[in-house]
Write a protein that binds this ligand. Structure first.
Ligand code: ATP
Length: 498
C-alpha cells in the first residue's frame, strides 16, 4: 500500500486534501492523472449501465434534499456506527473494529488484551496475551484467545479492556451510537427548523423521483434509474487511503421489478453483471469474490444482499453491494409524503408498489482496486543486456488516463516534431493523449509506464524518410514494438477504448 500511495502522490493521481494546511482526515483530491482515471471509470459505467441499455435511464438529483427524505429512509434514526472513545488519548474507534479478548490461564481470567481489526487480529491478540502472561509472571497454560469486538463487551468488562492507544485499561467508554450524516443549515437561520443533511447515499434520489421518472418518460417495468454522484459520511475511522473516506462518489442503480417477479433471479443477474463489468475494466477474476450477508444480519425488509469483494493489499473488502430491498423504500416515502408510489398493473387491473434490486458501488473503491491490481515493479533487460527496474500501472485501455503518448524521436528535428504534432492534434480530438519530447526515448517510455499509458507511438526517421508514414508502436505490457500507420492506430483505439 505504501508504494501505491507514494506513486499516486508522485505521479499526480491522488493528493491529501488541503495538504498545505496539514490535510483533512478522510478527504482527498484527485490530481491530473487521477481526475482522468476517475472520469473514465464513471464514463465506462454510465455508458454500459445507461446509454447501452434500453431499460435504464439516468438521473442527477440534488445532494441536499428535504430533511424528511432522511427521516423516511431511516437514516436519521438508524444510520449510525457504534463509537468507543478513549478518554485518555481522545482517540475514537468504531466499536465493531476494536477487538478484545480475555487472557485465560488455567481456566482463570487474568486480564484483557485489545487490537484494532487487521488481517491478523486473532494472531495479534494471542501475542499480546502471551506478553501479558509473561509481564505478570503467571505460571500455567494460556488458553487460545477468543476475539470479540467492543459491541459484544459486557458492561463489567469495559473498564478492564486496555485502550489500543495507551495499552492501559480504564479509559475506554461503552459503545454509543454515532450518526454518520453531515449536518448543515439551509438559509439564514441556524435553528432546528433549518437543519439539513449532505446525502449519505445517492439511492434516495431515485426513490424520491420515482414518480417523476415514470410520469415523464416511457419506461416500463422492469426498468432502472441510475445516478453517479458525491456522498458524504462522517466515518469514525476513515482509513486505508481512499477506501473509506468521508467524501466519496457513488454509482448506484435502482432496478424496479414487479412485486410478483422472480427477485432472486434478477438479483443473481445483477451480481453477474457487476462482476463482468469489473472484469471489463481490467480487474482480475482472481481478486474478486462474493460474500452473501447472513439472513440474521439483514435489515427486516431486506430479501438478500451479496457483496462483491476485492482482494486489496490490506485484506479482502467490500467493493460493490447488490441488495434486494423489496419495496421498503417506496413504501416509506409513500407513507411519509402522503403521495402514492405505485404503478397500475394492466393485467390484474390493480395498483402495486414495485420491488427493487440495488447495485451500489463507490468510484473511489474501484479506482483504488484498479491501482492495486495494476501496480507492478519488474526487472527489465534491454538489448545491451542491462537490467533495470520499471514501475508500471497495467490499466485497461478502457480506463487508462492517457491512451497514447506521442513521442518525436528528437526534439529539435522539425520534420519529426511536425509529424508528431499533427498526429497528436488528430488523436486529441477523440482521446486523452500526451505529447512528450523530453529526454531519452527509454526514459519517456518509463514515464508512460508509470502513468499506465497502454501505447506509445514514436515518430522516427523511418516515418519521414520511408514510404507508408508508419510509426513505432510500443506496447506497455509486453514492451514489444511494431510498425503501424495512422489508420491502423485509430482502428486499434476504436477496438480497445470503448
Ligand atoms: P462499509 O460496510 O464498507 O461501510 P456499506 O455497506 O456501508 O460499506 P453501502 O452503504 O452499501 O456501503 O454503500 C455502497 C458502496 O459505496 C460501497 O460498496 C462502497 O463501494 C461505497 N462506500 C461506502 N462507504 C464508503 C466510504 N466511506 N468511502 C468510500 N466508499 C464508500
Amino acid at each position: 500500500m505504501e508504494a501505491i500511495v507514494s506513486l499516486a502522490k508522485r505521479r499526480g493521481f491522488i493528493y491529501p486534501s488541503s495538504e498545505i494546511y496539514g490535510g483533512l482526515n478522510g478527504f482527498f483530491d484527485y490530481g491530473p492523472l487521477g481526475a482522468e482515471l476517475k472520469k473514465n471509470i464513471r464514463d465506462c459505467w454510465w455508458n454500459d449501465m445507461v446509454r447501452r441499455r434500453d431499460d435504464i435511464v439516468g438521473l442527477e438529483s440534488s445532494i441536499i434534499m428535504h430533511p424528511k427524505v432522511w427521516e423516511a429512509s431511516g437514516h436519521v434514526a438508524g444510520f449510525t456506527d457504534p463509537l468507543v472513545d478513549c478518554k485518555a488519548s481522545k482517540q475514537r474507534y468504531r466499536a465493531d473494529q476494536l477487538f478484545f479478548a480475555a487472557v485465560v490461564v488455567d481456566g482463570k481470567t487474568v486480564g484483557y488484551v485489545s487490537a484494532l481489526e487487521s488481517e491478523n487480529t486473532a494472531g495479534e491478540l494471542q501475542t499480546a496475551a502471551e506478553a501479558l502472561k509473561r509481564k505478570k509472571a503467571i505460571q500455567g497454560t494460556l488458553a487460545a484467545v477468543a476475539p470479540r469486538d467492543m459491541t459484544e463487551a459486557k458492561p463489567e468488562e469495559i473498564e478492564l479492556i486496555p485502550s489500543p492507544a495507551t495499552g492501559e485499561p480504564g479509559s475506554l467508554t461503552a459503545p454509543r451510537s454515532f450518526n454518520m450524516m453531515f449536518q448543515t443549515n439551509v438559509g439564514a437561520m441556524t435553528d432546528a427548523s433549518s437543519v439539513a443533511y449532505l446525502r449519505p447515499e445517492t439511492a434516495q434520489g431515485m426513490f424520491v423521483d420515482f414518480k417523476n421518472v415514470t410520469d415523464t418518460t416511457r419506461v416500463k417495468l422492469p426498468f432502472g434509474i441510475a445516478q453517479i454522484g458525491k456522498s458524504f459520511r462522517n466515518e469514525i475511522t476513515p482509513r486505508n487511503f481512499i477506501f473509506r473516506s468521508r467524501e466519496f462518489e457513488q454509482m448506484e442503480m435502482e432496478y424496479f421489478i414487479h412485486e410478483d417477479a422472480d427477485w432472486a433471479k434478477c438479483h443473481e443477474e445483477w451480481i453477474a453483471w457487476c462482476e463482468n463489468w469489473l472484469k471489463s475494466i481490467g480487474l482480475p477474476e482472481t481478486h474478486l469474490s462474493r460474500y452473501a450477508h447472513p439472513k440474521e444480519k439483514l435489515a427486516f425488509y431486506s430479501k438478500g444482499t451479496v457483496d462483491i469483494m476485492f482482494k486489496y493489499p490490506f485484506g479482502v473488502q467490500e467493493l460493490w453491494g447488490i441488495a434486494a430491498r423489496g419495496n421498503y423504500d417506496l413504501n416509506q416515502h409513500a407513507t411519509a409524503s402522503g403521495k402514492p408510489q405505485d404503478l397500475f398493473d394492466e393485467t390484474s387491473k390493480k395498483k402495486f408498489v414495485p420491488h427493487v434490486i440495488e447495485p451500489a458501488v463507490g468510484v473511489d473503491r474501484i479506482l483504488l482496486a484498479v491501482l492495486c491490481a495494476g501496480y507492478a515493479v519488474e526487472d527489465v533487460t534491454d538489448e545491451k543486456g542491462n537490467t533495470e527496474q520499471r514501475t508500471v500501472l497495467r490499466f485497461s485501455p478502457r480506463i487508462a488516463p492517457v491512451k497514447v503518448a506521442v513521442l518525436p524521436l528528437l526534439k529539435n528535428k522539425e520534420p519529426l516534431t511536425n509529424r508528431a504534432r499533427a498526429l497528436h492534434a488528430k488523436l486529441q480530438r477523440r482521446y486523452a493523449v500526451q505529447y512528450d519530447d523530453g529526454g531519452a526515448i527509454g526514459k519517456r517510455y518509463r514515464r508512460q509506464d508509470e502513468a499506465g499509458t497502454p501505447w506509445c507511438v514514436t515518430i522516427d526517421f523511418e516515418t519521414i524518410e520511408k514510404p507508408g508514414d508508419t510509426f513505432t508502436l510500443r506496447e506497455r505490457d509486453s514492451m514489444k514494438q511494431r510498425r503501424i500507420n495512422e489508420a491502423e492506430l485509430f482502428a486499434l483505439l476504436e477496438e480497445q477504448v470503448y
